[in-house]
Design a protein around this ligand. Structure first.
Ligand code: SF4
Length: 402
């Protein structure tokens, strides 16, 4: 995840005070865990990576197995659990799991399509004390209902946002952009502000599940740049006005490089400080600071790697699976720097991007270490003509994570 607002708040503070704030990138011992507790879903969205449907799936983790795994996650230093699905609200023990996670001190997020949240359910969610609830909206009504394959889905999700916001729950919108819904982004950003949502999560389309099947519909790179420009403008305005709005992106770590260029063009005096911050962040975190457990208990480097199984929490604790680098993919993901190839290996931004999203390279070329085909930066923004300077950026990637 790339936190646009966090970095632009720092730049805004630098503009206001004349000094770039001293901030250290905090790293928890364990990764953020996105946990798909259930595969069943009441919707069958076009871009669903979990390929969910409205029926039960055999072999899902029992409540006790979830609890046992949570104990291991806590001992391992996992700071955040994002409870997801399928539709997590269809899991009968969801609130028991959430309560235990809260009691153990996790930051607990809920990722839902929102269509099952009526007033009584909103009361339960508010009482459960989730730290954050993300609700997916793929556009305005016509677009969203088409994506979600359900007439009325937009109205239900919007009602859920209102019900939760009314109860003081920190709620955010999740938007996955394709060429078929990019036109709705400006209106959705307005909607976010109108409805008092705290966060806007902009997800680039990745190539997994139904998203993979619809690869040819991926937004063109120009549209991606326009969308990022809009998000940056919005986040910058919010930072200057002191609004409590968070703009974050996912599935494309070139966003860090693109933000650096945005700041270089407007406030070049802060570009070096921002670059140092972004290098400390380090870009793509799959297999390192982000992990996924699926509904059957299988561990993956992130949610887009369901076709790559690292082992089951039924057979080994998560902490053991996660630290095991005998798997070549995990060894590469945890390497500093990662063994990326092509333009990523020569890129001036490699130290802050980390070579971006490996699953896209793997899905498109069969080689997980090929250059990321989803990078929307132009060649003149990527390559350094001076070989010595290119070598120094690779060195920066090594020291940033030493
Ligand atoms: S070329 Fe590769 S390393 Fe450079 S910004 Fe694009 S994805 Fe990241």
């Amino acid at each position: 995840m790339f936190r646009i607002s966090q970095y632009l708040r720092e730049v805004a503070q630098a503009q206001a005070t004349g000094t770039y704030p001293a901030v250290r990138e905090r790293r928890a011992r364990g990764p953020v865990v996105i946990w798909n507790l259930i595969r069943r879903c009441n919707l069958t969205c076009k871009h669903c990576y979990a390929l969910s449907a409205d029926h039960d799936y055999a072999g899902e983790l029992s409540t006790q197995e979830v609890f046992t795994t949570m104990d291991d996650l806590r001992a391992f230093g996992v700071p955040v659990l994002i409870l997801s699905g399928g539709e997590p609200l269809m899991r009968p023990d969801l609130f028991d799991i959430a309560a235990r996670a809260q009691a153990q001190g996790f930051y607990v997020g809920l990722s839902t399509n929102g269509t099952l949240i009526d007033a009584p359910m909103a009361d339960r969610i508010a009482a459960a004390g989730f730290d954050y609830v993300g609700i997916s909206l793929d556009g305005l009504k016509a677009t969203h209902d088409r994506f979600r394959r359900l007439n009325g889905a937009f109205d239900l999700s919007l009602a859920a946002i209102r019900l939760l916001a009314d109860r003081g729950v920190k709620v955010g919108l999740r938007f996955t952009m394709t060429s078929l819904n990019a036109h709705d982004l400006p209106a959705l950003l307005e909607l976010m502000r109108q409805e008092g949502a705290h966060k806007f999560y902009f997800s680039h389309l990745n190539y997994a599940g139904r998203g993979n099947i619809h690869r040819d519909k991926d937004a063109q790179f120009g549209a991606t740049r326009q969308a990022l420009d809009l998000l940056f403008d919005r986040a910058w305005q919010a930072a200057q006005e002191g609004r409590e709005e968070d703009y974050v992106t996912g599935n494309n770590d070139a966003d860090g490089a693109y933000l650096l260029q945005w700041v270089q063009a407007r406030m070049p005096q802060w570009a070096d400080a921002l670059q140092a911050r972004l290098q400390a962040w380090g870009g793509n975190a799959s297999g390192v600071n982000v992990a996924n457990i699926d509904n059957l208990g299988h561990v993956h480097p992130d949610t887009m790697w369901w076709h790559h199984d690292l082992g089951s929490v039924r057979e080994r604790p998560f902490s053991a699976i996660w630290q095991d680098t005998s798997d070549p993919l995990m060894a590469g993901l945890k390497a500093h720097p990662r063994p990326v190839q092509g333009r990523c290996a020569q890129c001036r931004h490699f130290a802050l991007c980390g070579g971006n999203t490996r699953v896209r390279a793997q899905q498109l070329t069969g080689n997980a270490w090929a250059e990321d085909p989803g990078c929307y930066l132009r060649d003149d923004e990527v390559y350094l003509s001076d070989p010595a300077a290119a070598a120094s950026t690779r060195h920066a990637a090594e020291v940033a994570h030493a």
